[in-house]
Ligand binder design. Structure first.
Ligand code: UDP
Ligand code: MN
Length: 294
């Protein structure tokens, strides 16, 4: 008789979530994530930064975000154990520093036993349930690269060849600021261009940032097409267009300054824009757990 081997259903803890941050954003951005979605995913969320931070573990630090106590219903107690990876990367916004961090994220995932790799920025809100249902819908043994393109057409790069020659290459890439995911099988195929020091080398070959480099490796080196998904969001798009009712289905959200104005989702809730300028942290989190009941 045949023995049917059915792959086990994907669980949230099978997803390696890498958050990219930097020392000066620990208090202003990371704190909010730790208090909200990371509090529910901390066992499999890995924070890649460039600065040790004793404060992150202390109560003092947590007092910087007192308003969240107002909706502490259902929030797990503060946890003193986040997975923090202090990389040796520079703490600036240069292509090299950012590729260095992405490379550390990738290597961290490869060394783990997780089935999916997802990258997000520290101004992303992740909706764990939506992330799980999105990734569960893919063949688990497939080659999957899913995210949201930041442009409406493939990017054009000049790939450096030997002898100072260049060649024009076009490919899609998923905006790092909206988050994206890779299946393990695909991540393994990326090894020759992505593991260890090779990720930064590949990035300097096309002289483009880390997120473009991932697209280049997947689409041009491996010939695998990115899956375009509208459920990821960065602050480079108009976030007012995300409908409040559809928020629970969105995989990621974001906030930030866009064209000199604050760009954030519109969500009605008991917290004012002054109390919750990102509109993400208090309102959505409270919305999810309390449905705004006072
Ligand atoms: N970042 C970093 N080092 C820096 C500046 C930014 O690692 O010197 C990270 C930051 O924490 C965030 C991402 O890079 O996760 C994007 O930064 P930001 O949102 O400030 O800029 P954007 O590219 O979205 O305009
Ligand atoms: Mn950003």
């Amino acid at each position: 008789p045949h023995i049917q081997v059915t792959p086990e259903r994907l669980q949230l803890r099978d997803i390696f979530i890498a958050v990219k941050t930097t020392g000066r954003f620990h208090k202003t951005r990371l704190a909010l994530l730790l208090e909200t979605w990371i509090s529910r995913t901390k066992e499999h969320t890995f924070i890649f930064t460039d600065t040790e931070d004793e404060d992150l573990r202390s109560q003092e630090f947590r007092r910087g975000v007192p308003k969240i106590d107002a909706c502490s219903f259902g929030i797990q107690q503060p946890h003193l154990s986040y997975n923090m990876v202090v990389t040796g990367c520079h703490s600036d916004h240069s292509q090299q520093a950012l590729s260095c961090k992405m490379s550390a994220e990738y290597d961290g995932f490869m060394a783990s036993d997780k089935r999916w790799f997802c990258h997000v920025d520290d101004d992303n809100y992740v909706n764990p349930a939506a992330l799980l249902s999105l990734l569960s819908a893919f063949p688990q043994e497939g080659d999957v690269y899913v995210g949201k393109p930041s442009l409406d057409k493939p990017i054009t790069a000049q790939e450096l060849l030997e002898g100072n020659q260049t060649r024009e290459v076009r490919f899609w890439f998923a905006t790092g600021g909206a988050g994206f995911c890779l299946s393990r099988r695909l991540a393994e195929k990326m090894i020759p261009w992505a593991s260890g020091s090779r990720f930064e080398q590949t990035s300097s070959k096309i002289r483009l940032p880390d997120d473009c480099t991932v697209g280049f490796i997947v689409e041009r080196r491996l010939g695998i097409s990115m899956v375009h998904c509208p459920l990821f969001h960065s602050h480079l798009e108009n976030l007012l267009l995300v409908r409040q009712r559809s928020i629970p289905q969105q995989v990621t959200l974001s906030y930030g300054i866009f064209e000199n104005k604050m760009n954030s989702i519109e969500v009605k809730g008991r917290f004012s824009t002054e109390e919750d300028p990102s509109r993400l942290v208090l309102n959505i989190f409270c919305f999810k757990i309390k449905n705004f009941k006072k």
